[in-house]
Write a protein that binds this ligand. Structure first.
Ligand SMILES: Cc1cc2nc3c(=O)[nH]c(=O)nc-3n(C[C@H](O)[C@H](O)[C@H](O)COP(=O)(O)O)c2cc1C
Length: 156
């Protein structure tokens, strides 16, 4: 921890232990009356709340369908999952992927970013290109496969 001059060495980012992160990915259907303006309100409130509890991620909305990736400390993610399940603004929540592991964040700078449905493959493929962590890469490939097998914009 000390260099040859007896000064405390600044811990390099590469040396920092990876945090235990939980991620949850799901699709759901928007309730009647939930339009683009309501989704913007959901995102603005989510940004404030997520910033306070260390959650990051993306929310996609298109053709009345939500797709969301959330990641953060396990206890906070569990709490948010419970809130999402009792939120009347969407229904038919389908869990696509959930895990708890030590790894880097996929979206470290987005407290919650709304992404247009046409762009989601680009966002996921960009993340896949830049990700070094094997678990992240495997989870992203599963989600991309999911889209390829069931296009987001087709009626469910
Ligand atoms: C599609 C969708 C995505 C949401 N994403 C978030 C989110 O990322 N963070 C958040 O705090 N709330 C989000 N919410 C709102 C939560 O469901 C919930 O209303 C909010 O967390 C307050 O919950 P509480 O009343 O249990 O505290 C989302 C709601 C919907 C419908």
């Amino acid at each position: 921890m000390f260099d040859e001059y007896g000064l405390q060495r600044v811990v390099e980012l590469d040396d920092a232990p990876l945090p235990t992160l939980c991620h949850f990915v799901y699709c759901s259907r928007a309730a009647d009356g939930v339009d683009g303006a309501e989704v913007d309100r959901i995102v603005e409130a989510a940004k404030r709340s997520n910033r306070a509890c260390g959650i990051t991620g993306v929310l996609v909305f298109g053709a009345g369908v939500f797709f969301q990736w959330i990641e953060g400390p396990p206890a906070q993610i569990e709490h948010l999952i419970a809130s999402l399940h009792s939120d009347p603004r969407h229904y038919d929540i389908v869990s696509l992927s959930q895990s708890e592991e030590k790894r880097e964040r996929l979206y470290p700078n987005w407290e919650m970013e709304r992404v247009e449905a046409d762009d989601i493959r680009v966002v996921l493929k960009d993340a896949l290109d830049s990700v070094e962590d094997e678990n992240n890469a495997a989870a992203l490939k599963r989600i991309l496969d999911h889209f390829d097998s069931r296009p987001l914009l087709s009626p469910w």
